[in-house]
Design a protein. Sequence first.
Length: 266
Amino acid sequence: MGIVSLTDAMSTKAARKTAATVAEPPLPDAPEAPEAPEASDERQDADTRIYQAIFDGVLNHRLTPGTKLPEPELCTLFGVGRAVVRRVLEKLAHDGIVALRPNKGAVIAEPTPEETSQIFEARRAMERVLVELAVERVTEADLRELRRQLADEHDAMHRFDQPSWARLASGFHLRIAALARNPVLQRYLTELVSRCSLIVGLYEPPGHAPCEHDEHAAIVACIEARDATGAVTLMEAHLRELEQRIETSRMQGEKSLAQMLGLPQR
């Protein structure tokens, strides 16, 4: 059926009104066909792929606060339509990772000093509980994984591999959270760690490690000794030290969005 112009529509309005008494009632709209399972899975896969790429970019400090996320470029990079990109950006905004600015598009969120204080306060409280549970539930296999984590951190630090060190530093806290074996608490900490990564990217001087390897090693030693009080005390001091080190100097980068997301340029 061709597209009816506004003029044509207006000229037939009177005729339709006259015939209204004899016209047949309109048929009800046909129900929409249910979405095929394959299509639903593909949509979920696309959403997850875009969300995880941006989330990981923040966690690993490739995407710093204030970085623009242009919809057309994201569509090209991921081979999807704008509706998909907008849906993912809205979810990221809900999770505090992205800020949606009217008529200006999306950017990586820039936490305020007040938000910074609140996020660290929440993270200290969350990690206190998770560390206590980790000490209670840790196994020998878990301890071997923690020691392997420390070895990887040590290697990255001595290679001066800042991206790997940043990823491992965040991963250390999430690994301990996993030892608590409480997926709900672990999910909350994952969000807090990602928001802390925004703060580190906004305030920490370039090249400065977000965590100290020796502090991680001391925490693992307490967990291995089943010393919950010591592990909690060290974790709290560790997080307070990170918060205190934050400075009001913002990292600026000249990388393309594709590079910051770890994707090939198209």
